[in-house]
Design a protein around this ligand. Structure first.
Ligand code: HEC
Length: 275
């Protein structure tokens, strides 16, 4: 009962936050499609493993009990052996030891709890997928990295050993009254173009694409799979009720069919003497 109440409260909360985040997203950032498949238990299991290994040093998922993963085919022993490194219990929550203000001190930003991120972020799984693929070198940032979908991010590229290192290839856009009027690969050309036309023409440097300049231990395709598994995992924990609903959905439909048939015969029975 308590659990159900918690889930309902969380759903309501994320629902209430939805319009807010939708407008906050504002600027157009192109997301890559994650194509997550929530019926793929193996992907969720792999995502969970990456999460506890690479993310839980800083992020919790504190509304999730480890036990949830029995729903995707793991036994309690599997969970204890492969997913719990702390003194946590199978029935316990995915909390971490690092206090938020330590994170804030070290990275300039607190590492938020990730339980609902897939629901709250505009773009959901696609956003997470693009984010994990979007780290690039940027010497002007304190950690030396930036991100294509999260400008001036405070998180280090924790998966760089797997993915390798990406450099940005910039392009230079000339904006005028809210429109992009020209785009150049070369900064000097863009500057000259803008100058010629006057002060209201502004230059903006944008990341055109990323180039792998130092390969990691994985191929790009293998790394895509890691990002997709993590996005699948985060989508799964954000909506544990989703799968449940689908199962219940079948029964609801069956009920409706049976009920319709019954209602039809009842109507016939009631109206047969009325003419
Ligand atoms: C070394 C600590 C650290 C590790 C490890 C780490 N993160 Fe982060 N993460 C952060 C911090 C700090 C932020 C907040 C960045 C900001 O606000 O600028 C963040 C932000 C995020 C966000 C954006 C959340 C939001 O609501 O804006 C996502 C998603 C995320 N991390 C996913 C991951 C995943 C997935 C992993 C594991 C592969 C991971 N992180 C590992 C520190 C970490």
């Amino acid at each position: 009962m308590n659990k159900l109440f918690g889930v309902m409260a969380l759903s309501l909360l994320s629902f209430a936050l939805m319009p807010l985040t939708a407008t906050a997203a504002g600027g157009e950032v192109k997301l890559q499609q994650a194509n997550v498949d929530l019926s793929n238990n193996a992907a969720i299991q792999r995502g969970a493993k990456y999460f506890v290994n690479y993310c839980m040093g800083c992020h919790s998922a504190q509304y999730v009990r480890y036990k949830l993963f029995t729903e995707v085919g793991l036994t309690e022993d599997d969970i204890e052996d492969n997913l719990i490194f702390t003194d946590g219990k199978v029935g316990g929550l995915m909390k971490i030891a690092m206090p938020e203000d330590d994170a804030a001190r070290w990275f300039g930003a607190a590492a938020p709890d990730l339980t609902l991120t897939a629901r709250i972020k505009h773009g959901g799984a696609d956003w997470i997928y693009s984010y994990l693929k979007g780290f690039y070198t940027d010497p002007s940032r304190p950690l030396g990295v930036n991100n294509t979908v999260f400008a001036n991010v405070g998180m280090p590229h924790v998966l760089w050993r797997l993915q390798g290192i990406q450099d940005p290839v910039y392009k230079y856009e000339v904006h005028h009254e809210g429109h992009t009027v020209a785009s150049f690969d070369n900064e000097a050309e863009a500057e000259a173009y803008a100058k010629e036309r006057g002060e209201t023409y502004r230059l903006e440097r944008v990341v055109d694409r990323l180039e792998l300049v130092q390969p990691g231990s994985m191929t790009p395709l293998e790394y895509d799979q890691v990002a997709r598994d993590l996005a699948t995992f985060l989508t799964f924990i954000a909506e544990p009720m989703k799968l449940e609903r689908q199962r219940i959905g079948v029964w609801v439909l069956l009920f409706l069919i049976v009920f319709t048939v019954l209602a039809y015969f009842m109507k016939k029975e009631w109206w047969k003497d009325v003419h």
